[in-house]
Design a binder for this molecule. Structure first.
Ligand code: AMP
Ligand code: MG
Length: 419
């Protein structure tokens, strides 16, 4: 059995008494403090590492580059032996090529043919570029002075043996895999993939492809949330759809325990008569209703179901999307063993006009065109087309603000959220 960390505490989502509307940053700080990895560790081959979370610091087995080498095709010599003005050096027999080093020592005052990536032969510390040389009669001529060490790479100048190459908690990128390979790793210690269950709720919801009667709508949230979990690098597990029936919901959650590490539900998270997710979590799941000062987004119902964290997202697709990116994603990251994942935003001029009321953070569906942030024509939180139209959010801070075209706003591309 792989070793697993201890379970999360049942009160990990509890809010301090008396809290009314929680600012987004306060809510995020609480998540950051209370959540920890819930996944085991394993080793995977390097080529299976993309998108996985590194479980341990990775030290360089070997320096990169492992030995001093030439950065260009040219001629190598001892840099101390040439001065200013025209230089003519005799060439030694042979050459140093990548993977086929020159055997032996190059005497001071002589030069040797070197090809990019070749180890510098003994006696060589400086290289002059092909294009700057003339050759003939077993000699090479070029104009001095040449800076000592020119056109060479020092051993370990990128990463020295034993140095930290990659830190635990990184979500491995293609570049990280290149680095891990360069410093000698063929297998990587990673956290097991977090398993995210996704469940839709609501009497009005029907599966796309089925007949939808009047009053019914197709389930838009489940394909969205499942694919978001996949994009974040997790194993997305479809827990299907349940009607607004507490017993069925309870049975479905019970059935998921053991098969998933966390659950995203959508719909039924408020305090209405048919809001069974919050009701059930309140009865048995250590519910904390997070009234977050956020638009779009209604109360988030965060609870623990037999040790499994449940993120009760709003039913409105736009609100579910925003709450997933803003709250569930960094929270799931901590469960998965990543560091805290704060999205990177950019300050850009706005192309729109808006009056914002104080007291809550707002996320507007936005995209950049001609260097300016435009926002979707409607802020309605059921407008799925606007989500599809958008390429990121404009994030407006909690205070009041009047925005005119040309004012600087913060744009966060969806890519910054890992989508
Ligand atoms: P609720 O949070 O259950 O009150 O739902 C809020 C709104 O979101 C209602 O208009 C629901 O019909 C809608 N909704 C809930 N679940 C989904 C879903 N899976 N796909 C699309 N819309 C949904
Ligand atoms: Mg509902």
């Amino acid at each position: 059995m792989p070793l697993k960390p201890p379970p999360l505490r049942n009160d990990c989502f509890a809010l301090p008494p008396g809290v009314d509307w929680t600012p987004v940053d306060t809510a995020l700080t609480m998540l950051q403090r209370r959540l920890a990895p819930v996944v085991a560790r394993e080793h995977v081959p390097l080529d299976a590492g993309l998108g996985r979370v590194l479980a341990e610091d990775l030290l360089a087995y070997r320096s990169n580059p492992p030995e001093a080498n030439t950065a260009v095709d040219g001629y190598g010599f001892a840099g101390g032996s040439v001065g200013a003005g025209d230089v003519v050096l005799p060439l030694v027999e042979g050459r140093s090529a990548a993977g086929a080093p020159f055997a032996g020592r190059v005497p001071e005052g002589s030069a040797v043919r070197v090809l990019t990536g070749a180890a510098l032969p003994e006696g060589v510390d400086t290289v002059v570029l092909d294009e700057d040389c003339a050759t003939g009669d077993g000699q090479v001529a070029f104009r001095g002075p040449v800076k000592r060490g020119a056109n060479t790479r020092k051993a370990g100048e990128d990463v020295a043996e034993g140095a930290l190459a990659l830190s635990a908690g990184r979500v491995l990128t293609p570049a990280d895999l290149a680095l891990a390979a360069a410093v000698g790793h063929s297998a990587l210690p990673v956290f097991s993939r977090l398993r995210i269950g996704v469940l839709s709720t609501g009497d009005e919801i029907v599966e796309p492809g089925n007949r939808a009667a009047p009053g019914q709508i197709f389930d838009a949230n489940r394909p969205m949330l499942l694919s978001m979990a996949t994009r974040f690098g997790y194993e997305a597990i479809d827990l299907g759809h349940v009607r607004d029936n507490r017993d069925v919901l309870r049975a479905r959650l019970d059935g998921a325990v053991g098969a998933v590490d966390a659950i995203l539900t959508s719909g039924g998270a408020s305090a209405g008569d048919e809001d069974h997710v919050s009701a059930l979590l309140r009865d048995t799941g250590a519910l904390a209703e997070w009234r977050i000062a956020l638009k779009p987004g209604r109360p988030l119902a965060l609870g623990m179901w037999q040790g499994v964290p449940v993120f009760g997202l709003p039913g409105n697709p736009v609100a579910a999307f925003v709450c997933t990116l803003v709250f569930a994603r960094p929270a799931m990251g901590l469960l998965a063993g990543t560091g805290w994942q704060a999205p990177v935003g950019f300050d850009v001029p706005s192309a729109f006009t808006k009056r914002k009321k104080p007291g809550r953070r707002e996320y507007l569906r936005a995209r950049i065109r001609e260097g300016r942030a435009e926002v979707f024509a409607s802020e309605g939180s059921g407008r799925v087309s606007g989500l599809s139209w958008a390429e990121g959010f404009v994030e407006l801070d909690d205070g009041a603000r009047d925005i005119a075209p040309g004012d600087i706003v913060r744009f966060i591309p969806f890519g910054s959220f890992g989508l």
